[in-house]
Write a protein that binds this ligand. Structure first.
Ligand code: TYD
Ligand code: MG
Length: 406
C-alpha cells in the first residue's frame, strides 16, 4: 500500500491495480465502503448512541470470521457477556472472532502483533487511551493520539480497522475534528428513533464515492439489508391523500423514490411555524416564500409541517419541486395523482431548473409502476424515452402546479 515507492515515480508508471478489496458479505456495507474493505485502511463510524454501530460491526465481523478470517473486536464499552448475547442473536458466533475487553492502546497493539488478525474493530475511540499521555480517555488529545497509534498499527499490518466514534449533541463525531482527516473513510449511521430504517452514509471516502448510502432495517436478529429502498419507503403511502408527493433523490449510484408529506394549517397566533423532518429547514422556508410570491399562496399566515416518510434524510436540489408539490397539495387540499413522480430544482424567480441524472430517476419510477413524471423542461432534451411513462416538462412553478392536479 503506502510506502511502496520510496522515490518519486512518474504518474504514468504507477500501478493501476485496485487495492485488494475484502468483502464483508454485507452488500450494503461493502457498497458504501466503495466495494469492500481496503487492507491498511481506517474507517471511522459515527452515529447516535443505540443506532446500531456495534450491531453492524459485530454482524459484519461475524460473517468475516465465519468465512475463516481472524478478527479482533476490541470493546471498551460492553461486557463480554453482553457481546456474547448479542453475537448469539446476530448469528455471529465463530472461533475466529476474538473479543478483547481492553482500553489500553499498548495492550491492543500487543494483541494485534500476537494474534495477527485480518481485520480489527475498536469500539469505541472514546474509551481507548495510550500510556504516553496522562489525560483521561475521551479527551481530545487522548482520542487523537490513541487513534493515531491504532491507525498506524493497522497500516503496518495491512489490515482494515473500524473505529467507532461517539457523536456530540449536534451530530458531529466527538473528539478532535482532525480524527476525520486521519482516517481514510468516514461513515455516519443515521436513523430516526422509533423508525426501523437505518442509513449508512459515507461522508468521506478515499476509496469510493461519498454519495453512496446503505439502507438497513433493524430487526430482532440484527440489521437486515434493504435492497429496494424505494419500495420500502413508499410502502405505507396513503394513496389519494392531499399533501403526499413522491420525489426522487439520487443517493450515490442509486435513485430512490420517497414520499414527502406536508400539513399546512392556518396559524392561530403569532409567527407561522415551519417544522421540518428529513429535509433542510431553510429549503422549506425558501420554497414557501417562492410559493407566496410567485404563485400567490397565502402561506405567511399558515403553519407548515413537512416530513420525509421512513425517517430518511434527503439533501438534493432535485427534491425542491416535490416539496413544493406536497405543500401546494395540502394547502389546496387537492391530492396529487398517485402514480406521479415529481423532481426538479426550484429557483427564486419561480423557475424550475434542470437537474442531473434524469435517466436513472425515470427508470426507477418506471420500475415501480409510476405512469407520469413531472420534471424540468430543460431535462427533456436528449432524454431517451423508454416504455410508457409520460414525461411532462415544466419551466415555471405555476405551470407545474397546474400539472400536479391534472
Ligand atoms: P447498538 O449496536 O448497541 O448501538 P450503538 O453501538 O450504535 O450504540 O444498538 C443497539 C440497539 O439496537 C438497541 O437499542 C437494540 C437494537 N437491536 C435490535 O433491535 N436487534 C438486534 O438484533 C440488536 C443486536 C440490537
Ligand atoms: Mg455500541
Amino acid at each position: 500500500m503506502r510506502g511502496e515507492c520510496v522515490t518519486p515515480q512518474p504518474i504514468s508508471k504507477l500501478s493501476m491495480a485496485d487495492a485488494d478489496r475484502i468483502r464483508t458479505d454485507i452488500g450494503e456495507l461493502d457498497r458504501v465502503l466503495g466495494g469492500g474493505m481496503v487492507p491498511g485502511s481506517a474507517v471511522l463510524i459515527g452515529g447516535d448512541p443505540g443506532i446500531g454501530k456495534s450491531t453492524l460491526l459485530l454482524q459484519a465481523m461475524g460473517k468475516f470470521a465465519q468465512a475463516g478470517r481472524r478478527v479482533l473486536y476490541v470493546t471498551g464499552e460492553e461486557s463480554m457477556r453482553q457481546i456474547r448475547l448479542r453475537g448469539e442473536r446476530l448469528g455471529a458466533l465463530s472461533d475466529n472472532l476474538l473479543i478483547y475487553s481492553e482500553t489500553s492502546v499498548e495492550k491492543i497493539i500487543e494483541a494485534v502483533e500476537k494474534i495477527k488478525p485480518e481485520a480489527m474493530v475498536i469500539d469505541s475511540v472514546q474509551t481507548v487511551c495510550t500510556m504516553r499521555l496522562e489525560s483521561s480517555p475521551g479527551s481530545v488529545s487522548q482520542v487523537r493520539e490513541a487513534s493515531a497509534e491504532l491507525i498506524g498499527c493497522a497500516k503496518r499490518h495491512e489490515i482494515p480497522v473500524f473505529l467507532v466514534g461517539h457523536v456530540t449533541k449536534d451530530g458531529a463525531i466527538a473528539g478532535p475534528k482532525v480524527l476525520e482527516h486521519m482516517v481514510d473513510t468516514v461513515l455516519y449511521f443515521e436513523g430516526e428513533r422509533g423508525h426501523v430504517f437505518r442509513i449508512l452514509r459515507a461522508v468521506k471516502n478515499r476509496f469510493g464515492s461519498v454519495m453512496e448510502i446503505g439502507v438497513f432495517e433493524m430487526k430482532e436478529s440484527g440489521l437486515s439489508e434493504v435492497h429496494n429502498p424505494s419500495e420500502i419507503f413508499l410502502a405505507e403511502r396513503p394513496v389519494g391523500a392531499s399533501g403526499s408527493a413522491v420525489v426522487s433523490s439520487l443517493e450515490g449510484t442509486r435513485t430512490i423514490l420517497v414520499e414527502m408529506q406536508s400539513l399546512v394549517c392556518p396559524t392561530l397566533f403569532g409567527v407561522p411555524r415551519r417544522t421540518v423532518a428529513g429535509v433542510d429547514y431553510n429549503k422549506v422556508v425558501l420554497l414557501a416564500a417562492v410559493l407566496e410570491k410567485k404563485a400567490s399562496m397565502a402561506l405567511a399566515n399558515h403553519d407548515i409541517f413537512i416530513k420525509v416518510a421512513g425517517g430518511i434524510k434527503l439533501d438534493e436540489p432535485a427534491i425542491d419541486l416535490g416539496i413544493l408539490a406536497s405543500i401546494t397539495s395540502n394547502f389546496l387540499d387537492r391530492p396529487i395523482e398517485p402514480s406521479t413522480v415529481i423532481f426538479g430544482e426550484v429557483g427564486l424567480a419561480g423557475e424550475v431548473r434542470a437537474i442531473n441524472q434524469v435517466e436513472p430517476r425515470v427508470k426507477e419510477a418506471q420500475k415501480l409502476g409510476f405512469k407520469r413524471c413531472i420534471l424540468p423542461k430543460d431535462n427533456l432534451k436528449g432524454l431517451k424515452k423508454t416504455g410508457d411513462i409520460r414525461l411532462e416538462g415544466v419551466s415555471m412553478i405555476k405551470e407545474a402546479i397546474d400539472k400536479f392536479f391534472e
